[in-house]
Design a binder for this molecule. Sequence first.
Ligand code: HGY
Ligand code: MN
Ligand code: MN
Length: 437
Amino acid sequence: MNESGVYRSSGTNNAPLPLPNVEQVELQAMLDWLSTYGADAQGGVTRLLYDSAWCEAQGALAAKMQEKGLSPEFDQSGNLYGTLKGEGEGEESATGVEELPVVTGSHMDTVVYGGKYDGAYGVVAGVLALEYLQKHFGAPKRTLQVVSLCEEEGSRFPFAYWGSRSITGMTALEAVEHLKDQDGVTFAQAIRDAGFGPDSAYRPAAKNYGAFIELHIEQGQVLERLGHSIGVVSDIVGQKRFSITVSGEANHAGTTPMSWRKDALAGAAEMITAVRNIALEAGEPLVATVGRITADPGVGNVVAARAVFSLDIRHIRQESIDRCWQDMLQAFSRIAAEQQLGLDWEEHLSVTPIPMNAEMISDIQDTCEQEQLSYWLMPSGAGHDSQIFQPACPTAMIFVPSQDGISHNPLEYTAEADLMHGFRVLVRLLYKYGYGS
Ligand code: HGY
Ligand code: MN
Ligand code: MN
């Protein structure tokens, strides 16, 4: 990562850069093309880390990058890079630090029955932006890259941000190899079956990012409701994710009086209600979600012996997340004691809230003004790879509106005109950092 830690814009010249024929860039078509990989029965997209749809999508994207002259290259985690080599490659910059590449991109994986824009938009826009810049402005002074990050959602294995965390060195493969998906397949098996991992011919995930820019759909309704074209992300929420296990005693549904039961599912239900009440009590912007629950043995005429539910808590202040978790844990313990149930929990993810790079925020605002696009400085309630990159290199995010704020849903939609607004801002920003103005 950039040793200086401070990102230097390439210059102050604000003369609007002409973007010749930018309207001819076929971003929607490429997004539609990518969404065919993992198209699911719900009309959405399901591409889970290292599964067949994910492998086909990354392979097809690599071929597209090749066609576009972007020299595709995988790393051992399965992150895929396209590169527009800088003329000044390897030269020392004014600060004596070798000019590391400026990288844009987002994640290739999706949630189950997700939409076609979450992650994919930033990947596709990045590929097309490098192709566009090469075509109209030739080689940049500073190398520009686009990365299709292998995994961000945590949809297959109980772990998230694997792509960015393996790049920044935050997480080593050894720390996740034991994890199992819902079919009992280990992470170690899945990465090798997909052709990646330490035994593959690919290079290890590298930390050589000079800066990271992520173009992403908002996944909320702020921009649409306020009527802005671009969201400039000020900071990204922190989050904690858990699995909560409640254990009781399987018993006959007909012969076991209510007061004699140790009903894990009834206990879990009361705990889930407590989650909602504590979050409502804490007030906005705190959010807490239980998205998944399983019960064993999971049959209608047996009192549940065990229930496991997910818990996702988010806020822009760490102390609010911590306090909320403590309040919830207290409520869970009380309910478990009252109903003679066992209680256990496992924390899968804890990422702190983090501000984006101030100088890059101001560059994005300048770029929106050049494009005469209205923008709104706002926090992100969704987690993103950018919050993993920011501690390691200057990082910034650009949002475009989500229709009705819907996301993680086949109905996720962003109008083509909005997609292109974000694309123009990304192109200008990459030009500023790669070519200097
Ligand atoms: O869950 C999130 O915030 C992101 O979409 N992975
Ligand atoms: Mn997502
Ligand atoms: Mn995303």
